[in-house]
Design a protein around this ligand. Sequence first.
Ligand code: ATP
Length: 457
Amino acid sequence: MTELTLLEKIVALCKRRGFVFPSSEIYGGINGVWDYGPLGAELKNNIKMSWWKAMTQLRTDVVGLDGSILMNREVWKASSHEEQFADWFVDCKLCHARFRLDHLKESACPLHPSKHPGDCGGELTEPRRFNLLFKTYVGPLEEESTLTYLRPETAQSIFVQFKNVLESSRMKIPFGIAQIGKAFRNEVNPRNFIFRSREFEQMELEYFIPPDTGFQYIEEWKEQRILWYESIGIPRAHIHVRDVPEEERAFYSKKTYDLEYDFPFGRQELEGIAYRTDFDLKQHATFSGKSLEYYDEERKCKYIPHVVEPSAGVDRTLLALLCEAYREEEVLGEKGEKEKRVVLGFSPRIAPIKVGIFPLLKNKIDIVSKAKEVFRLLQKHFKSFYDESGAIGRRYRRMDEIGTPFCVTIDFETLEGVREGALVGKKNTVTVRYRDSMRQDRVMIEELVDFLREKIE
Ligand code: ATP
């Protein structure tokens, strides 16, 4: 399988099985915007819940925030986005494609894909600058005084609410504020499926620290974040840490690590971890005229806290999980014939559906009603899916393809302990079939919830 076709296969599977659809598709779509279907919504929620739990439940030094997307325009002046949040781009005079100036070496000419833009005979225009903020107007008048922007990152509401959170939650430095939410960037060239979109979701933590501790905490957060990726099924060996050189860092950052992943289209950023110094709080204190100083009782002094920020993308994490999980295998079918099986080998913790429940035969009333009873039992605990249509092997394959780690089948043995006329086992047992090994175990219905919970957690 070549790497490019891997992405094509993932895109096709996402559409076919309801993970990701192009937004507004029936109208021809809208470039760089995607909708998450039933399974994509589940998967995305699981990623977010895992991050939220790791940040705000398993730690005592982080609290959450759910800030607004629209904010006072002054925020974006203070943060420097209005002035500086821009990319340079060039157009090809021959094919009229547009490229980000800093992405030329990783872009391909649409007419000659083996060549980079500019190396293909097409002449490029002079670079032009383009601000990525999406403009909007608050209220009925569209004029300068009502202009603001859709937020391009979630971080700013954390800085702006720093004092309110500090006072209401009685946190003490070092402490963090975590937020998950939508961000919008009018990207020059959205591409690579959900990797670079114009509307996406971020999971950001601003960790407030004393001024002289930034270099220490950025190392700690780098390690914590790699542990989190491991916990959701991306092995440490697949996360590449890049120490971003000064000329590529945001001007306010004294140190930045990018956590990168080998996507089918190359090694690219999954998350940035930046030591942002006291830049943001200082700017907001200056622009708002409100003090954002903190009195440190241990150090007996006042200061503007410094910040380390791990900033991750939900959509990029989801894409990395899909790339990590996708595999094709040759297996023996029910009649001993060779067949291809597509598997999404998600970690059970993150899988959109945890368990499929099947009656062996759909025309045996007793088996069907027992299967529905088992479904009602399991759905209280896990995202479950009931399916009675088609041969049992086909039902297993459908679950493999969407990454469901366990399937439970209700058969004659469940009702009577009888298989093919002979007493072989205990009544009230079901088979649990494992996605990866395709092995099956027999489990008592009354023990099923604990059995599955242990395997999922
Ligand atoms: P890039 O260099 O790839 O444009 P960035 O360095 O501008 O990314 P940050 O501002 O550090 O990105 O944003 C933090 C995270 O938000 C990124 O690591 C990424 O996971 C996510 N992100 C940023 N821009 C996009 C986008 N256009 N589409 C999807 N996710 C994004």
